[in-house]
Write a protein that binds this ligand. Sequence first.
Ligand SMILES: Cc1ncc(C[n+]2csc(CCOP(=O)(O)OP(=O)(O)O)c2C)c(N)n1
Ligand SMILES: [Mg+2]
Length: 878
Amino acid sequence: MNPEDKDPIETSEWLEAINSVIEEEGIDRASFLMTKLAKRLNEEGAIPTYNLTTPFRNSIPVKDEAQMPGDLFMERRIRSLIRWNALALVLRANKNDDDLGGHISTFSSAATLYDVGFNYFFRGSEGQLEDLIYYQGHSSPGIYARSFLEGYLHEEDLDNFRREVKKPGLSSYPHPWLMPDYWQFPTVSMGLGPIMGIYQAHIMRYMSARGLVPRNDRKVWVFCGDGEMDEPESKGAIALAGRESLENLIFVINCNLQRLDGPVRGNGKIIQELEGSFRGAGWNVIKVVWGRKWDPIMAKDKEGKLQDIMDAVLDGEMQNFKAKGGAYTRENFFAKDPDVLKIVEDLTDEDIYRLNRGGHDPYKVYAAYHKAVNSSGAPTVILALTTKGYGVGSREADNTTHQVKKLSLDNIKAFRDKFNIPVTDEDIEQIPYVRPPEDSPEMQYLKNTRAKLGGPIPRRRKESKVLKMPDDKSFSKLYQGSEGRNISTTMATVRVITDLLKDKELGKRIVPIVPDEARTFGMEALFRQVGIYSSAGQNYEPEDADKVMWYKESKEGVMLEEGITEAGAFSAWTALATAYTNYDFPMIPFYLFYSMFGFQRIHDLAWAAGDSQAKGFLIGATSGRTTLNGEGLQHQDGHSHILSSTIPNCLSYDPTFSYEIAVIIKDGIQKMYVEQKNYFYYITTMNENYEHPPMPKGAEEGIIKGMYKLLPAKKPVIRLLGSGSILNESIKAKELLSTYGVESEVWSVTSFNLLRKDGMEIERINQLNPTKKEQKTYVEECFEDNPVPVVASTDYMRSYAEQIRPYVNSDYTVLGTDGFGRSDSRESLREFFEIDANSIVRAAAYTLHKNKIMDKAQLKKIYDDIEVDPLKPNPWEV
Ligand SMILES: Cc1ncc(C[n+]2csc(CCOP(=O)(O)OP(=O)(O)O)c2C)c(N)n1
Ligand SMILES: [Mg+2]
């Protein structure tokens, strides 16, 4: 808002005054005076408006720009080849009818932003820990094209872009799962790169504060699109980065002003909007708006009239200036003021079109990166103005350019000519890759630049140190059971974590993480025992300083108390769970959360953690639709095991007893950190207190595989399967059934998900090998001696236990908690959802009768005794 100037003479006096301070005493003194004046204004109730955004121009004045030391022309030749090969690999992938897709316009706008980084800043892994770089997903063709020139990828690799079924192939986007020695971070789901990058920088500082891995001048670079910044995750953690002064973090936002469908802010200015958001969050903001060709023009703008036009022009119009050319720009931009029009009167229309944007000018980009890596005390965001589809002829800055994957011959030629690519008209239809000979100056230059920076990137470390198993004491205490006490599985898990923290070998690698929920899970003793990490330490006396379990924050604190941000806490977990690759230092993070606010809330981040081959433990506490009882519909989780099962490398368990937890965690450490398997674990724990028995002999194997016989019977006519706290209902049902002379076995199912996985695997092996001896699934092996009917009950939706139906070769009934949760006592809820002992007895009696094992009279007696109501409302419909 520009209020009317009521007294221009007075205004100019003030301006003169500040100008003379700037000239004589410098910008710092001028800023000091302005701050004092602003404070005075605020005292009168004025709201500061001037200090969040600066004019729409480069933040670094020309006189302060660091000079790029390299050979500009050589670098342009190399960058042009990278541009061409990136274009070629997408066009070639789409020449036939395979419809493989790919993107041209994103990288074409970002090429210089990456190139300057690769040439001068991004550190490789030789002799040091490499910089951590989150590449914008859709720019992958350009990253591959550079690796090709550097000699790490070959023509056949490029020709297998997006062909991943048969190796070798290049994944569509950055996916460590598919290219485990190349890509470090999955970024293509928009918003995940920015939040994961922020927490990566946070964890980098945590690791060094604890003396585990020195930080040195290592950086986290996050490249993202301007459209991508609309994702809540993209901006959701920027305040943390500012608050924590993450000076090791640099965001580069490619502001090409377009997203997929059209302009990002047609009616506004995305660069200005982002500047305000980031500066408000405490970041250094460096705008790279105009390229060097604008410098002499801006120098002529003595009265600021050109600047006024720049400040007012909308992004929607800016797009037209690139899409419609120089004459259009003269008429619709410069002609807004006759004095400004004069400034460009000596320029041809072509000259005007070629007035370059900052993000395409290596000098300007270099100056910005130089400032970013050398600044301290705050994270930096670089907002670079670019053109989407830069150089692709008529498709430049057009609204549909995002999805271009085929180009007309004219546009290919225009691209070739603009970047002086040595391909003749005769060859051009083949779109050949271009790579100069190994001994050419270009190749030598390219190799030298990377050699100086510590070798090629992207690179991913596949494996790290093998860890030693912890002292068995951490687990064996739990094998005894709770010895008469009533405890919860959450308490048992916290006990394992507390013991592991004390382990000589592994202790320092164990990190408990909570999103403001430690007291809920009875973990507050850890506050004092290991301290809560705070980069600031603790500069106040905590309210509870006189208590045993006081709230201790410390620079060397171990526990991560991330506040109420499941996405943030999960991103911190992911950074630690991938520390084995990114820091060459395996960590064992335990993230404890309300199970309902786990996968349901952050599933896409969990999917990315799977892609990243994270290793660690997720503990879904207060789980179960009826076990967490007083909280109601939004809190009571009856489906997180279904959600976790969708991630291929996530192993999930729903244990009941503390010894089961001990066995599962021990096995997890063995598999992930000793055998180096790329799994992560999801374990649900509950807040219901009950007695825990000692571990039955020989139960370990079954616990790990997913099921074991807990209570045998001499001549069982039915099997009762139970998991989580509902196993206790199955145990009660066994007792009830025995009063009617019905003998039953009880099985503890620690993981229906793993039983299903085993079943699928065996089924497939048999199908592929019809002439070999048929193998049995684990469920078949368990039940084959006596194929009696089976009733399974869990605190989860029926589909969780349904998964093993193909392998139970007898009558199979499943009880579960389909429907919305509600608040009540556990007893009422279990009756409502029909998973209490009586409902299990009902299901057992019915199936026995159906199978002609129980007569009608006995069925009727049981139904009468347990008061079965045929008109009871259906729990998933009321
Ligand atoms: C979470 C998510 N939603 C949607 C998409 C689909 N998508 C891919 S690119 C894109 C537009 C990107 O625009 P921008 O961030 O400005 O990047 P640019 O290509 O312009 O550099 C969209 C919507 C996605 N990849 N991820
Ligand atoms: Mg964009």
